[in-house]
Design a protein around this ligand. Sequence first.
Ligand code: ADP
Ligand code: MG
Length: 329
Amino acid sequence: MRLMELGEFGLIERIACKVGQKQGVRIGIGDDAAAIEPTSGFEVLITTDMLVEGVHFDLALSGPFTLGKKSLAVNLSDIAAMGGIPRHFLLSLAIPENISVEFLDNFVAGMLEMGDQFGVTLIGGDTCSARQGMVVSVTVIGEQSPDLIVKRSGAQPGDLICVTGTLGDGALGLMQLRAGICEGAAVARHLDPLPRVLEGMKLAKAGPPSAMIDISDGLLADLGHVLDLSGVGARINLAKLPLSGYYRGNQPLFIEDPFLLPLSGGEDYELLFTVHPDRLSAIQSSLKETGPLATIIGEITASGGLSIFTATGDEYFPEQRGYNHFHYD
Ligand code: ADP
Ligand code: MG
């Protein structure tokens, strides 16, 4: 069936049918607004992220199922970065003529699978046509006890800087896709990132960290936000950056400097957090229950600025700091 025959309301109905009745949702898709039941004593966390065809994704490189998953994953990552528990989401779509109903079915299936994985329910959205390029906008609603919500602004001199997982894989995956390589761990990481929702909640409960952010634009850019908002500086040690075995093996084929992608590549969706050294063991034990420990990559300093050092103690100056929109070339 073609989208034109299905129509706007047919499509909404098709999406709504796939979303079961879920706990905590009093009024879901179909009314003028949704009504959800908040947990008493919790604050509501709300975040939104837009994915624009040609800017964030290329339909020649990513299929609909993983695109659906990723569109929700990048939003879940923002809730994770606050230490929040994601609960619900809204999906707004601007759809150009060339998109098929089958594509949209797979896109929604991917998104709902990601939702099920983290217990988040689709409760509404908006649907319209686009003249050119698909636009996906997702809003996630989460919650958390106010004392466990972690902001970007709390880093203190002497705190350790830690990251979950590994860095650089997402950006390497994009380079590989652009070079015609469609499989491997890095490509999978780029197309289908796993948001660190469980880790974010554990960190909040065990720490909480003094500051936290998800690494979407690159370590330097995102650490930079923490430093600016906390009014502190940092030293980081390149030798400590967590690089995956896949990354170490494949990076030399694509880029000379092994540190550029981990520092500035973006799209890793790991969590970067700062923690007082006394809280480190509690935090690491909480992560150990289900996965790898966080890696300490440096420390917060009182004086401003970010200094990067090599294993031999020399200062390192990266070529590029991170992704920035509004560079139209
Ligand atoms: P309105 O005209 O009041 O904006 P809509 O016709 O846009 O209402 O939406 C009707 C219902 O369908 C609403 O409950 C809305 O949240 C839901 N909805 C619209 N688009 C989507 C979508 N892409 N995914 C999920 N729910 C949607
Ligand atoms: Mg509407």
